[in-house]
Design a protein around this ligand. Structure first.
Ligand code: ATP
Ligand code: MG
Length: 239
């Protein structure tokens, strides 16, 4: 479904991503791990189309999207839930969900948003509340809900568990499992290595912008020493 070939991202003289190649098959959960500054967000932003890659190619369902706008990628079914959620805090919950539909003109949007309220009853109860009044966990659910309104075939998430209570981390990971069972592919950037490798089928470990290790989740989990070396231990995981 997604094929990334030798992607490079540079900011001035900083080479944040250096020739990264990765794939996500339809219905697969793939995780990208790596220490702070490894280039995970830069990679996702290049996939989203927010930054122009210095090199490489992005193909989605056989179409070359490398030079396409972020909006075109959303239309093709690639949606990013960005680092730090980035919901519109001064808007209501409902208005945030409508923002996820800004590229869609069809009547199905209303039904789509209702389906999201069914999935997230907390959001339904608060649909007219200002998004800033939601807890961190609820804001993350809203950010994911907003992405789902675009009917993605691939959802990319940048450290969605960051700052969430253990209860919400569990909720988040079971939600990702549900979305995947509904047929949505997932590219998950995480620092919670243990949980990411539990849910993913495969993973890549980035170090200084390049893929240092890749393999099945089982292989990466078993590779304790290697993972520790690149990720600096697993302090992010709950006890
Ligand atoms: N807008 C920018 N301008 C210049 N340098 C940047 C910019 N964004 C990121 N960088 C640099 O690019 C490198 C990769 O950063 P990036 O944010 O992609 O890493 P990350 O893996 O997402 O880190 P974190 O785990 O902290 O979120 C870092 O050296 C960072 O300082
Ligand atoms: Mg990041």
């Amino acid at each position: 479904m997604l094929e990334v070939e030798t992607l490079g991202v540079t900011y001035g003289r900083t080479q944040a991503v250096k020739g990264v190649s990765l794939t996500v098959a339809p219905g697969e959960i793939v995780t990208v791990l790596g220490a702070n500054g490894a280039g995970k967000t830069s990679l996702l932003r290049a996939l989203q189309g927010a930054v122009k890659p210095a090199s490489g190619r992005i193909t989605f369902n056989g179409r070359d999207l490398t030079g396409q706008s972020p909006a075109a990628r959303v239309k093709e079914g690639m949606v990013l839930v960005p680092e730090g959620r980035q919901i519109f805090v001064s808007m209501s919950v409902h208005e945030n969900l409508l923002m996820g539909a800004y590229l869609r003109r069809d009547d199905a949007v209303v039904a789509e948003i209702e389906a999201i309220y069914e999935r997230f009853p907390n959001l339904a109860d608060r649909r007219n509340a200002q998004a800033s009044s939601l807890s961190g966990g609820e804001q993350q659910m809203l950010a994911i809900g907003r992405a789902l309104v675009a009917r993605p075939r691939l959802i990319m998430l940048d450290e969605p568990s960051l700052g969430l209570s253990p209860l919400f981390v569990d909720k988040l990971f079971s939600l990702l499992g549900e979305l995947n069972r509904d047929g949505i592919g997932i590219l998950l950037v995480e620092q919670n290595t243990t949980m990411a490798l539990e849910i993913a089928q495969r993973g890549y470990v980035l170090e200084l912008g390049a893929v240092a290790i890749e393999g099945t989740a089982a292989e990466l989990s078993a590779d304790g020493a290697l993972t520790e070396a690149y990720l600096g231990g697993s302090e992010a995981e709950p006890a």
